[in-house]
Design a protein around this ligand. Structure first.
Ligand SMILES: Cc1cc2nc3c(=O)[nH]c(=O)nc-3n(C[C@H](O)[C@H](O)[C@H](O)COP(=O)(O)O)c2cc1C
Length: 204
């Protein structure tokens, strides 16, 4: 089959696009609002985009009913800081709970029963229950086209300035996250876990 995205003539019950770019890692992002409220939300339009120095990006789309941007974007832009927490299979329900549309003054970390721990270089706290945290400084926002003027799409890019790895995730000098089962998004309501690996070397 073939369809043109602008026409949406795929003939399927749901737009298949997000089920075709898989798996997408989940950036579970903590921020603090200018008013001091802790915010936590998952983003699967998320990835690492550079290594030296390390950078990550996430893409908020749409808005909240009473405010023009999602809180994670607003807070990252306003304070210049965010933290990416690794979402794992054990944390899947908490991760999902933090995606609820809530008023800006609700602390989603507390709401989901998660434990905040201070970061070293930035103000937003880390999720203690998560085995990996990336402390980030906001770099820039790249605006993307959107279908509605009040439904903005954008890519938010940050530099990773500090990295926390739980000791049990390091084995023989290498990160081994298999036992923590990082989760990732597929299409529809589907997720997958990272729990098997294979190796290949570069040809040259
Ligand atoms: C697994 C998962 C991945 C998500 N990925 C995105 C995403 O990439 N972009 C986005 O705008 N919303 C995404 N959402 C929805 C947001 O988490 C949701 O809109 C949330 O309320 C945003 O919170 P915030 O306003 O505190 O940033 C995702 C939700 C889930 C459960």
């Amino acid at each position: 089959m073939f369809y043109e995205t602008a026409k949406g003539d795929h003939g399927l019950g749901r737009d298949p696009f997000k089920s075709l770019v898989v798996p997408r890692p989940i950036g579970w992002i903590s921020t603090i609002s200018p008013e001091g409220v802790v915010n936590l939300a998952p983003y699967s339009f998320f990835n690492a985009v550079a290594e030296h120095p390390p950078a990550v990006c996430f893409a908020p789309g749409g808005r909240k009913a009473d405010r023009p941007f999602k809180d994670t974007r607003r807070n990252a832009e306003a304070t210049g800081e965010f933290v990416v927490n690794l979402a794992t299979y054990d944390l899947r329900e908490s991760m999902n709970a933090t995606s609820a549309s809530l008023p800006a003054d609700v602390d989603e970390m507390a709401l989901a029963g998660l434990t905040p721990v201070p970061s070293r270089l930035v103000r937003p706290p880390r999720v203690a229950e998560s085995p990996v945290h990336l402390e980030c400084r906001y770099l820039k926002t790249v605006e993307l086209p959107s279908l509605e003027a009040d439904e903005p799409n954008a890519i938010v890019i940050g530099m990773v300035v500090g990295v926390h790895i739980r000791d049990e995730a390091i084995r023989d000098g290498r990160v081994d996250l298999m036992r923590f089962q990082p989760i990732a998004r597929l299409g529809y309501s589907q997720y997958t876990t990272v729990d098997n690996v294979f190796s290949m070397r570069f040809p040259d």
